[in-house]
Design a protein around this ligand. Structure first.
Ligand SMILES: *Cc1c(COP(=O)(O)O)cnc(C)c1O
Length: 387
């Protein structure tokens, strides 16, 4: 069935799960075969070897491409494998501009792996598109954006940045892990490539690692497919199945978790022990108006706040919650808490942390699907304990 005219939730459920024509099973089987019988020597069917293509992975790739509105999708072994594949579009001497509020692992990839392949990198605060203009060089071939940023949830104007990058002849790739296509569809805003850590909201249950790319055009899709097949960091069949399953409830989870995040942001804002709450849904957040437009009224389920006091105080709060579990990662049904300075952003040196506003008092929450009242009470007891 062609689902092109169906809505987001219908496509989330049906595009990746075509009924099995052989048995009528409403969930297609997981294909584990590593190789496929060919019609003849030198003749190729749809599938030949599992690195080049696998039906279970294909279903996942189809649903991701549909939700992001691109020409084609590619499922990779992890988010970092997906990001790395994008950087492999570039050649020695090319230049990348990336936002300064990017995922820590992307920072590490760009500065410790891509540099050895002869790529140069400039980080700029992309919340001001003028800074992107200033950072462009004649050999800038890729602009890497992330909105909301991490951990301060800064909002970048993707359409404005894409226009600037395209005028300079650079490709635009957006890490859409935090926003998800429920809130933001970067290809509709001018981006060329969307990247996801499927480990997060796509999987949604903290039980699978994965990454995804969606290309807007056939030409770019084919170049990325060549890299996927040539370098081999593909998503395995079982993992592809789990992510396809997770995506069926993506929209309900993200919307519900975002509503709880909004209520927690309002609650935290009223506590005297809390210095500031960084949540794009709050009117005082510097990116609020832009987020209201760009995020489809869904502000996401990531929330960062800063407590009064020092490193030890923030550390103790992060260690004192019961429902919010102390762990990096995000995007699942269970709520998580972490201290960026000692956990997700510990690989930054102290000067870099200071430059990016990652203060010792910051605490980042991934708001899950539990009851708001239970999450609120859990945070209250952790924050109100004597200093
Ligand atoms: C987790 C994450 C990644 C990396 O994905 P992995 O699946 O862990 O390799 C990249 N970007 C963002 C925003 C992430 O949260």
């Amino acid at each position: 069935m062609n689902h092109a005219d169906h809505g987001f939730r219908t496509r989330s459920i049906h595009v990746g799960s075509p009924r099995d024509p052989q048995t009528g099973a409403v969930v297609p089987p997981i294909y584990l075969a590593s190789t496929y019988v060919q019609p003849g020597a030198g003749e190729w069917g749809e599938f030949d070897y599992a690195r080049s293509g696998n039906p279970t992975r294909k279903n996942l790739e189809n649903v991701i491409a549909s939700l992001e509105g691109g020409y084609g999708g590619l499922a990779m072994a992890s988010g970092m494998a997906a990001t790395h594949a994008v950087t492999m579009l570039l050649s020695h001497g090319d230049h990348i501009v990336a936002g300064s509020d990017i995922y820590g692992g992307t920072y590490r990839l760009l500065h410790k792996i891509c540099d050895r392949a002869g790529l140069t990198v400039t980080l700029v605060g992309t919340t001001d598109p003028a800074r992107l203009t200033a950072a462009l060089q004649p050999r800038t071939r890729l602009v890497w954006l992330e909105s909301p940023g991490n951990p301060r949830l800064s909002i970048t104007d993707l359409a404005a940045c894409a226009e600037i990058a395209h005028r300079a002849g650079a490709l635009v790739a957006v890490d859409n892990t935090f926003a998800t296509p429920v809130a933001t569809r970067p290809l509709e805003l001018g981006a060329d490539i969307v990247m996801h850590s499927s480990t997060k909201y796509f999987g949604g249950h903290s039980d699978v690692l994965g990454g995804a790319l969606v290309a807007k055009s056939k030409e770019l899709f084919e170049r990325l497919y060549f890299i996927q097949n040539a370098t081999g960091a593909v998503q395995a069949p079982w993992d592809s199945y789990l992510i396809t399953r997770g995506i069926k409830t993506l929209s309900v989870r993200v919307r519900e978790q975002s509503m709880t995040a909004m209520r927690l942001a309002e609650f935290l804002r009223g506590l005297p022990q809390v210095k500031q709450v960084l949540y794009p849904g709050l009117p005082e957040h510097p990116g609020h108006l832009l987020a209201a437009r760009q995020m489809n009224g869904v502000f996401g389920a990531m929330l960062t706040f800063e407590v009064q006091g020092d490193y030890a105080r923030a550390k103790r709060i992060a260690e004192s919650t019961q429902l919010f579990q102390l762990a990096v990662s995000l995007g699942a049904v269970e709520s998580l808490i972490e201290q960026p300075a000692s956990m997700s952003h510990a690989s930054y040196d102290p000067q870099a942390r200071a430059a990016h506003g990652i203060t010792d008092g910051l605490i980042r929450l991934s708001v899950g699907l539990e009851d708001f009242e239970d999450l609120r009470d859990d945070l209250r007891q952790a924050i109100e304990q004597p200093a």
